[in-house]
Design a binder for this molecule. Structure first.
Ligand SMILES: Cc1cc2nc3c(=O)[nH]c(=O)nc-3n(C[C@H](O)[C@H](O)[C@H](O)COP(=O)(O)OP(=O)(O)OC[C@H]3O[C@@H](n4cnc5c(N)ncnc54)[C@H](O)[C@@H]3O)c2cc1C
Length: 394
């Protein structure tokens, strides 16, 4: 399998690399240090990236976007994440929901949702699945258990629907202009058979933003509660089929999910390796440069080895995702599991090499460790995600 990037992929990679080096890096550690989780966000960096096309990368040509393949999205994501993982994710969160719009919406809905999104640099998207008692259970549900999974209810009401319930940890919930809300439209059957997606324009009567979560890592990235109190949505904002939210198989949104996080992890590992190599070359302990000491060399070797293995695996899954067929599916889940272990190992080693008393450099190393913890809890918890082999056992 060949991983050489073509001209277009390489051009996007360079745009992202330059943006990360010139703009993202210089605000990353300072934004991370802000105490109030609502104040860590910065519209200016989103506007600058949006002007380069980085907010709308998931939009196809027919609606005015660049229509790039999965490999391009993956390499762009890795470059952005090398600058800051959470800022990178704020951009790619928009690509992810654009894929859902293309997978599930009618052409009329696509036009209605994507035109204003394209036109406005301050338009970001969100999607609400998780609830206080339903995280992993929404993703690997016991197939025949109606009591598991999300409970936010959607009840038919004339020519529309009434939504009641609560979502938590929803990315961009406090800043998004459009949020895709997964609702239980039939609570008598399992979540996979009884869930429907509605597009909710924000702000929206009957929808309140609750607390913004004060996370250890990805502090730039906004995660908030959303409370629905008799919120009315129109029938025309139902995405896809009634009860069809989770019975839909394949599509761009599904192909993107694990690849997105894994590509982001590659960027974080690259940042950790660069930091550790620089630090080892410049610092002296015990009368010798750290780089001359065998224990540090072993650690640096491991960091490089794990990062390159992750990059190769990521490019393989990206290539498979661009091909027809579903070869990518089990591989992308294994990739995500490997990315979780790789990013945490590499960032921990970087922190070990830095120690804890070196001011700004160790603050940056500490940030990467805190960002890496996110992989344990994202898109289903890491323990539950080890069930990925079930895709092969069917
Ligand atoms: C930074 C960040 C951004 C996020 N963004 C979004 C977003 O935009 N939209 C969204 O909808 N969600 C979002 N989430 C939520 C994320 O999807 C959930 O955190 C994830 O699904 C895990 O759910 P949980 O944290 O509730 O843990 P749980 O799944 O509740 O797991 C808690 C514990 O219970 C165990 N467990 C879970 N299920 C089972 C089971 N069936 N059998 C046995 N043990 C089990 C787990 O192994 C774990 O030990 C985000 C989370 C983070 C951290």
């Amino acid at each position: 399998m060949e991983f050489r990037l073509n001209e277009e992929q390489r051009a996007w990679q360079m745009i992202a690399r330059k943006f990360a080096e010139d703009e993202i890096r210089k605000i990353s550690v300072a934004r991370d240090a802000i105490e109030d989780p609502r104040a860590t966000f910065d519209w200016e960096i989103i506007r600058k990236g949006s002007e380069l096309g980085l907010r709308t990368l998931g939009v196809p040509k027919v609606w005015g976007g660049p229509e790039v393949d999965f490999t391009t999205q993956a390499v762009v994501m890795a470059e952005l994440a090398r600058g800051d993982s959470a800022i990178a994710k704020t951009f790619s969160q928009c690509w992810k929901w654009c894929h859902l719009i293309m997978d599930r919406c009618t052409p009329e809905q696509q036009e209605r949702y994507l035109k204003p999104f394209i036109a406005d640099h301050a338009f970001v998207l969100g999607g609400g699945i998780t609830e206080p008692n339903a995280g992993s259970d929404n993703r690997l549900p016991p197939l025949d258990a109606p009591k598991t999974g999300l409970r936010l209810s959607g009840v038919a009401d004339g020519d529309g629907w009434r939504l009641n319930g609560e979502k938590c940890f929803i990315a961009n919930a406090n800043i998004a202009k459009l949020i895709f809300v997964f609702t239980r439209t039939n609570p008598e059957v399992a979540v996979r058979q009884g869930t429907t997606i509605f597009a909710v324009q924000m702000p929206h009567e009957g929808v309140r933003v609750g607390k913004v979560f004060n996370k250890d890592g990805w502090r730039f990235y906004q995660n908030a509660e959303l409370i629905f109190e008799n919120a009315r949505v129109a029938q025309s904002d139902m995405m896809g089929k009634l009860h069809g939210a989770m019975s839909h198989h394949g599509g761009k949104n599904a192909k993107f999910a694990e690849l997105e996080y894994s590509a982001n992890a590659v960027g974080v590992c690259d940042a950790a390796v660069e930091m550790a190599m620089r630090h080892a070359r410049s610092e002296t302990r015990g009368g010798r440069p750290l780089a001359d000491q065998q224990t540090v060399q072993l650690q640096l070797s491991e960091m490089n080895m794990v990062t390159e293995a992750l990059r190769s695996f990521m490019l393989r899954v990206a290539t498979e995702s661009d091909d027809e067929g579903d070869e990518h599916f089990a591989h992308s889940h294994f990739l995500m599991n490997f990315a979780t272990e790789a990013i945490q190992r590499v960032c921990n080693l970087n922190q070990v090499i830095h120690g804890y008393a070196d001011g700004r450099a160790s603050a940056a190393a500490d940030k990467l460790v805190r960002d890496a913890i996110i992989w344990t809890h994202i898109a289903g918890d890491a323990v539950q995600k080890m069930k990925a082999v079930s895709f092969l056992l069917k």
